[in-house]
Write a protein that binds this ligand. Structure first.
Ligand SMILES: Cc1ncc(COP(=O)(O)O)c(C=O)c1O
Length: 366
């Protein structure tokens, strides 16, 4: 079975899965890939059962948060093969995040091989319904046991997978978003461009308050002037103003370089959409809405692909965008990107890593 030493799970969690109510992140496949770093090098890694891991109270990551992660998806294509969407981008971003928090880089080719082996072994966990997918979660953390703020000298890399539902039960439902005016998520020079746990910890209180107020997510402004739009907690953000797609530039220094964001920008030309990366203030968003020029707002991210924004609330003012309906630009992007992911539309950019399964029809989902 390739380069990895595999132990099969003693008991499968497969039978416990409610395929009609997968939700997001509720179920884990039977195996993980795990690799350890010590004495200045990563070991070969192995695939082993998903099971509890012993952890010491002195584990440095519990105290100081030296940890990074990724998120990507595998899709069952019409031809029975499996498509993993742009995994080399996640491998690269993992290493970008690693550098920012002093974690040693992981070989990107080994990462992609490990991913393939893991998906093959647990291929029965890849859902079959259009819209469902296998979410892949790579994670790296310091595994040293010590108190004191310094980088660990041992690390653990894990890749785990989770069958997930379509983000939208019925169609693309616009979300209500609260623009943060009390808290900030990240500042230029801080951790915002890395996919590290601290950014998500920073967002929890604002997210909880937003939910209590009836909003599903928070839109973050830049941490210095509190004026320019950064991104949503787990999505990048796009505006359509006078027919032009506008998204904040990565050079703002506090935004995650989303892979869906990159895909949207790359596809713009072939979809006949004019796109630009420029800073956009919250005042401009509200002003263009007042002038009737703000046509669409939508988020981009692996979980939902495209998430239309129907309502924005900022400092006591609420605006409704495009009658709280999905707009044509968001719909075109959703159809195109999901079409590529499920192998229904030609993958002209070679974005899918194709995995051929030996026995693609092992088990039916219920
Ligand atoms: C903070 C943040 N911004 C943006 C994104 C969207 O990135 P991607 O399109 O790579 O999923 C994510 C999700 O990973 C995120 O956590």
């Amino acid at each position: 079975m390739g380069i990895f030493n595999t132990t099969l799970a003693k008991q499968s969690g497969y039978d416990l899965i409610d395929w009609n109510n997968l939700g997001f992140g509720n179920y884990f496949s039977d195996h993980i890939f795990i690799s350890q770093y010590s004495n200045g090098r990563w070991d070969d890694g192995q695939i082993q059962p998903y099971e509890p891991m012993p952890i010491e109270p002195g584990n440095c990551t519990l105290h100081y948060g030296q940890t990074i992660f990724e998120g990507l998806k595998a899709f069952r294509a019409a031809d029975g093969s499996v498509n993993v969407f742009r995994p080399e981008m996640n491998a690269r971003r993992l290493n970008y995040s690693a550098k920012r928090v002093c974690i040693p880089e992981y070989n990107e080719f080994v990462f992609l091989d490990a991913l393939q082996e893991l998906i093959k072994i647990d291929n029965k966990f890849i859902p079959r319904e259009r819209g469902q997918s296998l979410y892949i979660r790579p994670l790296v953390f310091g595994s040293g046991n010590f108190l004191g703020v310094h980088a660990s000298d041992t690390y653990t890399l894990i890749i785990m997978t989770s069958p997930v539902a379509s983000y939208y039960a019925a169609g693309l439902n616009p979300v209500k978003i609260l623009v943060a005016n009390e808290f900030v998520r990240a500042v230029r020079g801080g951790l915002g461009t890395a996919k590290t746990a601290a950014n998500y910890a920073a967002s929890l209180l604002a997210g909880t308050k937003a939910k209590e107020a009836g909003y599903s997510q928070v839109l973050w402004l830049d941490g210095v002037e509190r004026k320019y739009i950064d991104e949503v907690g787990a999505m990048n953000i796009m505006f359509v103003i006078d027919g032009e797609l506008v998204t904040p530039p990565l050079s703002q220094g506090s935004i995650l370089a989303g892979i869906t964001r990159d895909s949207v920008l790359q596809l713009a030309g072939s979809l006949g959409i004019k796109a630009s990366e420029r800073s956009i203030s919250i005042d401009e968003v509200f002003a263009t809405h007042a002038e009737g020029r703000l046509e669409e707002v939508f988020g981009t991210g692996t979980a939902a692909v495209i998430s239309p924004v129907g309502v924005l609330h900022y400092n006591g003012e609420t605006i409704t965008i495009n009658n709280n309906e999905i707009g044509p630009v968001a719909q075109k992007y959703y159809d195109t990107i999901t079409g590529i992911q499920y192998g229904e539309i030609s993958d002209g950019n070679d974005w899918n890593m194709k995995i051929k399964l030996n026995q693609p029809e092992i088990l039916e989902t219920k």
